[in-house]
Design a protein around this ligand. Sequence first.
Ligand code: GAR
Length: 186
Amino acid sequence: AIFASGTGSNARKIVEHFQSSADIKVSVIVSNKSTAPVLQMAADYEIPTLVLNRQEFYETKNILKKLHAYNADYLILAGFLWLIPKYLCQSFENQIVNIHPALLPKYGGAGMYGMNVHRAVKAAGETESGMTIHFVNEKYDEGAIFFQAKCLLEENDTPEDIASKVLALEHEYFPKVIESIIKGKK
Ligand code: GAR
């Protein structure tokens, strides 16, 4: 299952990557926003979708039944910004994977998402940034790191330039890394 709140460019890369796979399938795309463009992408590929309601997500375990109904073994967070509740972390231990647009443990935590991250990297005058793929626990961006890829930054790179360098790395590596996580654990 892919969880995504926004544009869904990573979700699209993941869907395209696994379209030809015999044993790994994107069975459902979950979003917390009914207007998220990622839902249209899911519709284009005829992938079922679920839209989360905050109260239901945090105060009931209804989503568990729904994910099991779709036979979801792994939850892939591709631009999903809500904290994953404890009951989900426990049911999918070491089976929830997140992508973060910086080199964790730097530039992680609550409020560190999207352009906020790239603006902070720019403000700190970093000479490199990158992306991190990690397992998810109950704290933002603190689960075990599985994979990182770096890019060099130029002094005159804007936060938007940094974002596009990092996004290119995400698109290049995230689907392949998901595949190796799933295959490595079978
Ligand atoms: C990605 O850059 C991802 O790393 C980031 O959201 C973007 C989603 O883009 N995630 C976070 O910031 C999580 N803290 P997309 O919707 O185009 O895939």
